[in-house]
Design a protein around this ligand. Structure first.
Ligand SMILES: Cc1cc2nc3c(=O)[nH]c(=O)nc-3n(C[C@H](O)[C@H](O)[C@H](O)COP(=O)(O)OP(=O)(O)OC[C@H]3O[C@@H](n4cnc5c(N)ncnc54)[C@H](O)[C@@H]3O)c2cc1C
Length: 530
């Protein structure tokens, strides 16, 4: 933690908000060596009961952020069950197993994760953190942003930064000050969240009671925890429902309240809102400052992590003079549509969880039950294929065409690799957080001139060869060689003799036959240049 007396007057990036989105972004900027200050008006991690579920994409981003797999506790969730008081169980979403190297769904304890993110920052000398300090005002001067901070001792401090990131949560003062609309809706109901530790046998699933009067999501969490989310009836007040006896009565259908220690309670009103733009001038919105969703599909924080994975490397590249500032416009292009699509899914799920009346509840539960008999629809629901893919329709990649073999604008699959010394590693860790030109079963540099290779290296790019299992070659050109140990990449995902430019966030930028590797390099670099 920085001392107030040593506060800088200039940083490359100022992050306002040290919640999970701000902390994850700061870690990534730490990895890139960007001179960054992160501040928060609160003294410590917020203890409120908030995010509880993370998907495989969010866990993959935390891997990229640099958090060890055991940095905080998780429980892998094998299934999500949908129950109706009118028709019984009508849906079962299969979340067992892994995707891209991570469990499809886990529950966790948000304060532990935030503490781990803060702890991880200690390793970066380029990062300063300051809590108990509020961003009061700012002005975007075009070449930099001037920010006024209110310090704990009552004084103020002016600091300039090249880029200001608003990670200041749902009520973002920065978003308001920029005049960016936060369009959508606020739900009329209040919800009571109850986190408890128990002495009884824990449940293993997530279950939703889809009741028009009292819908209740209920889930397990690490370290013997369970959560219930109770929608309040119109006549119930916040004060009333926070009374211990009222909570005991609510819990009775699920557990003996004497076997539970109530750990945290809070009453929330949910929102479904997206900022009209995710950036303006030199200011960028991430996390809840950019979008807020009802938690019915557990995606608020996941979306914030997707934001920072998309933005961090772009800010780093521009700050380091390796790319033109125009690449920053792709942040809004790539992130906003997906954030909105997730919120739309949460709204639909909301209608299922909280039908408008018992008749609608019976109708929707029966509809889902019957639709699940049709196999294409069943996989949409049961295998979660309904979840919007984090695949860009436009942005910083060469447009998909019939020559493309890899899915440009989408994230490359993560697989288990082995090097020549028999060391195993996840492919994301091998790819790192820089550009890669990957050759599939081929040396990606074989058709490149020295000039083209040097240009790639100048943006921090590297060369990597991935071979089918059993083909171990020693590189002649300082190209790292790895084997696709489980055969998931070759040749199903990428044909032999193919190359792909992979972005630092592991999105496919361009691909072609190795003979066209020079075009892959040149077109990719052209996207970064002015
Ligand atoms: C009941 C509930 C359940 C949820 N469940 C899930 C779930 O299962 N999965 C999921 O992915 N998400 C879930 N979410 C959403 C998730 O909790 C949020 O999306 C996430 O915490 C937002 O992180 P953030 O960093 O963007 O913002 P925040 O965590 O709100 O952080 C913003 C920070 O900015 C600071 N700040 C604000 N203004 C200033 C200022 N002017 N100067 C300095 N500092 C400032 C604040 O003090 C705060 O620390 C849930 C939310 C709720 C309420």
């Amino acid at each position: 933690m920085s001392e107030l007396s040593s506060l800088p007057h200039y940083v490359d990036v100022l992050v306002v908000g040290f919640g999970p989105a701000g902390a994850a972004l700061t870690n990534l900027l730490g990895r890139y060596g960007i001179n960054t200050l992160v501040i928060d008006k609160a003294d410590d991690v917020l203890p409120m009961p908030r995010a509880i579920a993370l998907d495989n994409e969010a866990l993959r981003i935390l891997q990229m952020v640099g958090l060890a797999e055991n940095a905080f506790n998780k429980v892998a969730i094998p299934q999500v069950r949908l129950n109706s008081p009118y028709v019984g169980e009508f849906g079962r979403i299969n979340t067992v197993g892994c995707l891209d190297g991570h469990p499809k769904l886990v529950t966790f304890y948000q304060p532990d994760m935030e503490a781990a993110l803060r702890q991880a920052l200690i390793q970066y000398p380029n990062i300063q953190t300051l809590t108990g300090v509020e961003m009061q005002d700012f002005i975007d001067l075009g070449h930099q942003v001037q920010v006024q901070l209110a310090l704990k001792n009552g004084s103020t401090h002016k600091i300039c930064c090249r880029y200001l990131v608003a990670a200041d949560g749902a009520n973002s003062a920065i978003r308001t000050r920029l005049g960016i609309d936060f369009t959508g809706e606020t739900y009329p109901q209040d919800w009571l969240i109850v986190d408890a530790r128990h002495v009884r046998k824990p449940i293993t699933d997530i279950e939703f009671t889809c009741d028009s009067e009292r819908p209740v999501p209920h889930m397990t969490a690490p370290d013997g925890r369970e959560r219930w989310e109770f929608m309040l009836k119109p006549e119930e007040t916040r004060e009333q429902v926070l009374q211990p006896e009222f909570i005991r009565q609510l819990l009775k259908p699920w557990a003996n309240p004497d076997e539970l220690q109530i750990e945290r309670t809070a009453v929330y009103r949910f929102h479904a809102r997206v900022a009209k733009q995710f950036s303006k001038g030199n200011v960028f919105l991430v996390g809840d400052a950019a979008h807020i969703t009802p938690p019915f599909v557990g995606q608020g924080l996941c979306a914030g992590l997707r934001d920072v994975a998309n933005l961090a490397w772009k800010l780093a590249l521009v700050t380091q003079g390796k790319a033109d500032a125009k690449i920053l416009t792709s942040y809004d292009q790539e992130r906003r549509p997906h954030a909105k699509a997730m919120i739309d899914l949460a709204r639909v799920m909301g209608l299922l969880i909280k039908p408008v009346n018992p008749a609608a509840g019976m109708l929707s539960a029966n509809l889902v039950k019957n639709l699940r008999r049709l196999s294409p629809v069943r996989s949409l629901i049961d295998e979660l294929k309904i979840k919007p893919r984090n695949r860009f329709s436009q942005g910083l990649f060469i447009a998909r065409n019939k020559e493309a073999h890899l899915d440009r604008g989408n994230h490359v699959a993560q697989v288990w690799l082995r090097d020549n010394s028999a060391n195993g590693a996840w492919s994301d860790d091998v790819l790192g957080t820089h550009f890669n030109l990957v050759g599939f079963g081929v040396d990606p540099t074989s058709y490149l001139t020295k000039r083209q290779q040097t240009a790639w290296l100048a943006v921090g790019g590297k060369f990597l060869q991935i071979n089918p299992r059993g083909q171990q070659h020693h590189s002649a050109n300082n190209v790292d060689i790895w084997e696709d140990l489980t055969g998931e990449l070759l040749p199903k995902y990428a044909p032999l003799g193919w190359v792909a430019a992979i972005r630092p966030d592991h999105v496919v930028m361009h691909d072609a036959r190795v003979e066209q590797a020079h075009q892959v390099i040149e077109k990719s670099l052209a996207l970064l240049a002015d």
